[in-house]
Design a binder for this molecule. Structure first.
Ligand code: CAA
Length: 315
């Protein structure tokens, strides 16, 4: 087994959500960490199919570029197992994942439901991680209590201790960072094992307290928001704003192109969370950002944002 396996102890990993993020996490777990069984879970069969097809595409690209041999790609593919719902993560009474990473829609209600269901399905020993980019990990952890656990029982107290944030970045196979966010309730051994797991996935790990936006989005989102306000005020064109940061500061993408790449709805959601939870005016979302989301212009995924994206350029 790959490096650090003894430290993290993950032989079976569950990944909830087979969109860009979930699929990317499943990919690095199968290819880099070489976790023997990666259960990719999505409630939508169509999305699951799309996710598996993208996994195959990434493997084929790595083989064509000489980054993987065909044998290595075949072995990675054999580690991936699509499953259609949370109950299917428990393979048998004595075989269930040692860790599950949730990468579902960025909505507290959705995540609370998933974590309640994970806690009811899987043993207390399963590490439960969320890939949230802004929601309070402490709030999510508080929902990781089995349905039948009585208030104040050991299950109700222990359940939230195995929850933490593992924040990956898009595109997951390319971006080298994972931000680790312990909830208020998380126990130290869970943090150490999750850190070792993220390293086994080939990532550098930084730690952040559970504050709105953590470190990454506390810095990135006001930067993107300021670029949108710069456009909104007519100070410069979108192209010049992006060129300024690309050629002046060496960013791989300008902030407006990056906002399109992340998703304008996601950027707005994160800004709103930071603004609401801190009541600090420096996090006030740009009006233009709100209007673009009102229009359904979500960026690359919807075909239109600050720039236009023909369907063949979208994943
Ligand atoms: N999935 C997997 N791999 C992808 C990919 C995707 N969606 N998109 C691009 N890549 C890979 C390409 O296959 C290529 O791989 P090889 O080196 O093996 O050929 C590599 O990335 C470079 O791609 P390209 O040559 O096509 O294009 P590029 O050089 O312009 O790079 C980029 C594209 C990697 C996206 C680069 O522009 C970049 O780093 N942009 C910044 C991305 C960023 O900041 N991400 C973080 C967003 S914030 C976030 O995710 C968290 C949050 O909470 C909001």
């Amino acid at each position: 087994m790959a490096v650090n396996a003894a430290k993290h102890g993950v032989k079976t990993l569950g990944v909830i959500g087979s969109g860009q993020m979930g699929l990317g996490i499943a990919f690095v777990a199968a290819v880099k960490a070489q976790v023997p069984k990666v259960l990719l879970c999505d409630a939508s069969p169509a999305q699951l199919k799309k996710g598996v097809a993208f996994f195959d595409k990434l493997l084929a690209k790595d083989v064509s570029k000489g980054k993987l041999t065909q044998e290595e790609a075949d072995a990675a593919k054999a580690r991936l197992h699509p499953v259609d719902g949370i109950p299917a993560l428990k393979l048998s009474s004595d075989d269930s994942p040692q860790m599950v990473i949730e990468a579902a829609t960025e909505s507290l209600a959705v995540k609370q439901k998933i974590f309640g269901s994970l806690a009811s399905t899987l043993p207390l020993s399963t590490i439960l991680a969320t890939n949230t980019s802004s929601i309070s990990v402490t709030k999510i952890a508080a929902s990781a209590i089995a349905e039948n656990a009585k208030a104040g029982s050991e299950d109700a107290i222990e359940g939230p201790k195995r929850v933490l944030g593992l924040h990956f970045f898009n595109p997951v196979p390319v971006m080298k960072l994972v931000e680790l966010i312990p909830a208020l309730q998380t126990s130290k051994d869970i943090v150490d094992r999750a850190h070792a797991f993220a390293e086994a996935c080939g990532k550098t790990v930084t730690h952040s307290t559970d504050v709105p936006g953590f470190v990454s989005n506390r810095l990135l989102m006001p930067f993107i928001n300021e670029a949108i306000m710069t456009l909104e005020k007519g100070i410069s064109s979108k192209e010049d704003i992006d060129t300024c940061l690309r050629f002046g500061m060496g960013h791989p993408m300008g902030p407006l192109a990056l906002a399109d790449f992340i998703g304008l709805d996601t950027c707005l959601y994160i800004m709103e969370t930071m603004y609401r939870e801190t009541c600090d005016s420096k996090y006030r979302p740009s009006v233009l950002l709100g209007r673009m989301v009102d229009a359904g212009w979500y960026g690359k995924k919807s075909g239109k944002g600050f720039y236009d994206y023909p369907s063949d350029t979208r994943v």
